[in-house]
Design a binder for this molecule. Structure first.
Ligand SMILES: Nc1ncnc2c1ncn2[C@@H]1O[C@H](COP(=O)(O)OP(=O)(O)OP(=O)(O)O)[C@@H](O)[C@H]1O
Ligand SMILES: [Mg+2]
Length: 253
C-alpha cells in the first residue's frame, strides 16, 4: 500500500490564470527515500505545500495512509527551504514547538524529548543556546531535530542542505542516511544537486516540464548502507550524467 498518493491533483495560484499543477498523480511507499529534482520554478515546493495541507488542491485528492488529507494542515514533518528557527526562542524552545502544538506532554516530558532529540543529532547540551550562536550545519541539524519531533511518518525536506559548505554538506548527507536507517521514516527530499540526490535516495522523482501528469521515477542502482564510494561506480556515474543531461534539456526547453 502507498503511504502517500496524489490522485489527479490540480492546483492554481490565485494570481495565475493556469494550473501550475495539472492532474498530477504519483504514489510513495512507506519507508521510501525519494529525492525530488527539477529545474527552478518547476513546482517542487508547491507539491510539498500541497502535501502538508498549506495549499488545497483545486481538484483531485491527496491521500496519506489510504485516507484523504482534506482539511488537515501541518501534519507532516516539514522542513521548508529556509530553516525557520525562531531567533527569539532558544534552540530547546524551538524544538519544543511541535510538542507544544500537538499538546498532551508535560513541561518535563517536553524537555526530556527535546534533550534526547538534540543528542540524536549531535547537539547535546545546546538547548539553552540561541539559533544565532549555532553554525549553519548545527542550525540545519536543529531544524531537522524539530522536524523529527513532529512524530510524523512522512518527512518533507526542501533543499535542507543547500546553504552548507561542501564538507558539512557531505557529512550531513551521511548523517541523514543513518537517521533514515534508524527511524525508517518516509522521506521526500528536494535538491538541485544531482550527486546528493543519487547518494541519498532509493529512487529519484523528476519533476519535468509542464504540463506533466506524473513524476518520472528513476531507480538508483545502489544498496544500503552506502558510503560515498558508491558514487564512483560506473552505473552511478552514468546515472548522474543522464540526470544532469535531462535537467539541462529542461532549462533550455
Ligand atoms: N504564492 C504564490 N503565488 C503565485 N505564484 C507562486 C506562488 N508561489 C510560487 N509561485 C510560482 O509557482 C511556480 C513554482 O514555484 P515553486 O516554489 O513550487 O518552484 P520550485 O520548483 O520549488 O522552485 P525552486 O527550485 O526555485 O525552489 C513559480 O513560477 C513561482 O513563481
Ligand atoms: Mg522550491
Amino acid at each position: 500500500m502507498s503511504l502517500l498518493q496524489f490522485e489527479r491533483v490540480s492546483y492554481q495560484y490565485d494570481s495565475e490564470d493556469y494550473n501550475i499543477i495539472d492532474e498530477l498523480s504519483f504514489s510513495v511507499k512507506p519507508g521510501a527515500f525519494h529525492a525530488i529534482i527539477g529545474v527552478s520554478k518547476r513546482k517542487k515546493s508547491t507539491i510539498f505545500r500541497l502535501i502538508n495541507g498549506l495549499l488545497t488542491p483545486k481538484v483531485g485528492e491527496i491521500q496519506v495512509g489510504g485516507r484523504t488529507i482534506a482539511g488537515q494542515k501541518n501534519y507532516c514533518g516539514y522542513m521548508p527551504q529556509k530553516d525557520m528557527l525562531f531567533p527569539w526562542r532558544t534552540v530547546g524552545e524551538n524544538l519544543a514547538l511541535p510538542l507544544e502544538i500537538k499538546g498532551g506532554f508535560s513541561k518535563a516530558e517536553r524537555r526530556e524529548m527535546v534533550r534526547s532529540a538534540l543528542a540524536d543529532v549531535g547537539l547535546f547540551g545546546c538547548e539553552e543556546k540561541r539559533p544565532e550562536e549555532l553554525s549553519g550545519g548545527m542550525r540545519q541539524r536543529a531544524a531537522f531535530a524539530r522536524t523529527m519531533l513532529t512524530g510524523s511518518e512522512l518527512l518533507l525536506l526542501d533543499e535542507p542542505f543547500s546553504a552548507l559548505d561542501f564538507l558539512t554538506r557531505i557529512s550531513m548527507q551521511e548523517w541523514l542516511l543513518m537517521q533514515h536507517q534508524k527511524h525508517k521514516k518516509t522521506i521526500l527530499f528536494i535538491t538541485h544537486d544531482v550527486e546528493e540526490a543519487i547518494f541519498l535516495s532509493d529512487s529519484v522523482l523528476a519533476v519535468t516540464s509542464t504540463p506533466s501528469r506524473t513524476l518520472s521515477e528513476i531507480k538508483v542502482p545502489a544498496e544500503h548502507p552506502r558510503t560515498r564510494e558508491c558514487l564512483t561506480r560506473p552505473e552511478m556515474v552514468m546515472l548522474r550524467e543522464k540526470l544532469i543531461d535531462m535537467l539541462r534539456k529542461q532549462v533550455m526547453s
